[in-house]
Design a protein around this ligand. Structure first.
Ligand code: NAP
Length: 284
């Protein structure tokens, strides 16, 4: 990569940021297409967000990703946000448009991309989503976009679950949200053809943990889709055990690649070299 006087800046903000795999993936795509861009990680504290937005505009930074813990807080600095990002209440991709900063949420594109490859009648599937945090919201809206009529969200904190459900009340979501406390999990598993883990249970370094107990795992039916948003390790214990039950497994790496590809295309107006991005990520 040759940084020149003409090179345009892209980046990612978060806190912490050193774990991010996006710089390797995005710079591999930039290099492959021989574009005059560079993608840089920035550690940004919440209290510095305003100054960062002003500074990025001043230096004509073209666009950036947003990761934990800023996905909700950046919204107040944007002049335009897409309907999808509005529904989710979180933004992960920002770019400089005519009248200032614009934002969208490409996590949802990333989440549904591998599911669209599967031949399923989504209107007949009621997904079960474990966890009620930021990623859970993108997964819920993703399930709606697939055509699911109902999504079951399971969490450990009933107040948070109700708040999550209420927050969608005025968003015209074409899909019913039902919430359940964690102790209902066992009974729900046999009915679920799509189980999505959006909790960090099983993520490195806690690789011996799974959101399902061994007994619960035995209730996973053949051909169920087990989807874990975690991408380190690949696969997680949850996915390993589900696979032994005959489930189809999807890990979080494809979501990461696909959300990044959509961002790349927004910023550069070029078709993303998805296979190069995937390989860059998997080789890390
Ligand atoms: P978050 O906002 O912190 O939400 C995490 C959720 O998991 C919360 O609802 C939390 O419950 C629940 N949880 C945590 N530990 C739990 C436990 N021991 N038992 C039951 N529930 C538990 O985080 P997030 O942004 O949604 O991210 C969640 C996961 O998705 C992370 O592993 C992240 O790396 C992954 N992710 C992957 C991608 C990708 O591209 N592959 C994109 C986004 C996120 P409480 O609400 O009660 O605390």
């Amino acid at each position: 990569m040759h940084i020149k006087g003409t090179t345009k800046l892209l980046g990612i903000i978060g806190d912490p940021i050193e774990h991010s795999k996006s710089p390797v993936m995005q710079n591999a795509a930039i290099e492959m297409l021989n574009l005059d861009y560079v993608y840089v990680p920035f550690e940004v504290k919440k209290e510095d967000l305003e100054i960062v937005f002003k500074g990025f505009q001043a230096i004509n930074l073209r666009g950036f990703n947003v990761t934990i813990p800023h996905k909700e807080n950046v919204i107040s600095f944007l002049t335009k946000i897409t309907d999808t990002a509005k529904k989710i209440g979180a933004v992960n991709t920002v770019w400089l448009g005519g009248e200032g900063w614009h934002g969208t949420n490409t996590d949802i594109d990333g989440f549904i991309a591998p599911l669209k490859e599967l031949n399923r009648d989504w209107t007949k599937i009621t997904p079960m989503v474990l966890g009620a945090g930021g990623a859970s919201r993108a997964v819920i809206v993703g399930c709606e976009q697939l055509g699911c009529q109902e999504v079951r969200v399971i969490g450990r904190n009933l107040e948070k679950l109700e708040a999550l459900k209420d927050s969608f009340a005025y968003s015209n979501l074409n899909c019913q949200i039902s919430v359940y406390s964690w102790d209902k999990l066992t009974n729900l598993i046999p009915d679920s053809e799509l189980i999505v883990n959006t909790t960090p249970i099983g993520m490195y370094p806690n690789i011996d943990n799974s959101p399902l107990t061994k007994e619960q795992n035995r209730l996973v039916k053949q051909n169920t889709i087990a989807y874990d948003l975690i991408y380190t390790p690949r696969p997680t214990l949850f996915l390993q055990q589900a696979q032994l039950q005959g489930a189809i497994i999807i890990d979080g790496s494809e979501m990461l690649v696909q959300q990044g590809a959509v961002g790349f295309e927004i910023w550069t107006q070029k078709q993303a070299p998805i296979e190069i991005m995937r390989q860059a990520l998997l080789n890390l």
